[in-house]
Design a protein around this ligand. Sequence first.
Ligand code: ASP
Length: 455
Amino acid sequence: MIVCKFGGTSVASAEQIKKVAAIVKDEPKRKAVVVSAPGKRFGDDIKVTDLLIALAHASLRNQDAENELKAVVDRYEDIAQGLGLDDTIVNVIEQDLRGRLQENRDNPPLFMDQLKASGEDNNAKLIAAYFTSIGLDAEYVNPKEAGLVVSDEPGRARALPEAYENLSKLRENGKIVVFPGFFGYTKEGVMMTFARGGSDITGSILAASLKAELYENFTDVDSVFAANPNVVDNPAEIKRMTYREMRELSYAGFSVFHDEALMPAFQHSVPVCIKNTNNPSAPGTMIVAEREYTKSPVIGIAADAGFSALYVSKYLMNRELGFGRRLLQILEEEEVSYEHIPSGIDDLSVIVRSHQLTAEKEERILERCREELHVDNAHIEHGFAMIVLVGEGMHNTLGLSARATAAISRVGANIEMINQGSSEVSLVFGIQEKDTDNVLRELYEEFFSKSAVLQ
Ligand code: ASP
């Protein structure tokens, strides 16, 4: 059995959904189809999930949200008409949305999640109706009935271990299961979404639970590229990579596959294939447990902006037991998670994603560092980017950091931080955000200029 997931652009319009149906028809093993909410049809289009967020905000502000509601319903109506479906499904969707707007109004995080989740839920109902109308033996399955139980963390839920056992029963369904991505239910039955882009996670959980022979993740590019094609001209296509490599790259800005989506597939040994809905015969990128890495030590270079650094220094920090723990505890209590902690003898910096900080939070963190940790100096700086070189072959390649640092210096960028994870599958450089694109191009030139296709 193959589990396939179709991302937002693959299900954004009737035309796209027809391609999805053709792909599903083409291979009888494709028995579970996970769908996103309708995404962008063109460059500055708005994803249905973002329309739903706007609807939730407008409704919570107690303002008349009819326009926002109409914007969502219109998207589905457009799709339904293009697929030759009658009004029934559009009415079901509109009633569903109106119902959601009445519930949990006193709990904004839950209210927001139940609206966000409707994007995939209603699209799955619509796509199942279409599949049936063209003679496919398909059925919409709700994550609650199927037992996709998740943790109680609105907007960033995680699947609980029992979800896998519950979902495995779908194997006996017999029909093509059309399953909405992006959300599950707590044990108490409360709807909760994964992090943004989380339909990939649903697909992976389902593939793992069903012990699928393959998890196909359909998107709008032929393969994963070795660097961002918006910055680097014609980057090499990656044909085969390991779970670890994909995890590192997607964590650091490769948006083609959600970084939290790899674990379920990896732990249950399900290979993942990233494929293009608009060109399904292209082989795509395979993600597997192991690969040969003789040709190039670096398989991809990711760059992600939006980082801040908390710097603390204290004379004899190295001798002080528990300093790091207490510092991290302050961050934990302020609900800030960290990414890297490069350190010296008397100083330490903690790199965090900037979106977690507010001016007040920063002030409190610095104040607590001074009051509770008695540091000599503490300050926070913003505007950093992380550039990450990734490749299984890196750990037995000499001189790789020398080549990378030389390339970075060639474009006149200063290296603010270097971090090599103990896995040695990645090498991270912290630089100023303004230098990101130049550094990425130069590093690409250094490590890839001659290769066209990577194995
Ligand atoms: N629709 C959700 C989002 O835009 C989830 C997804 O598409 O994977 O984040």
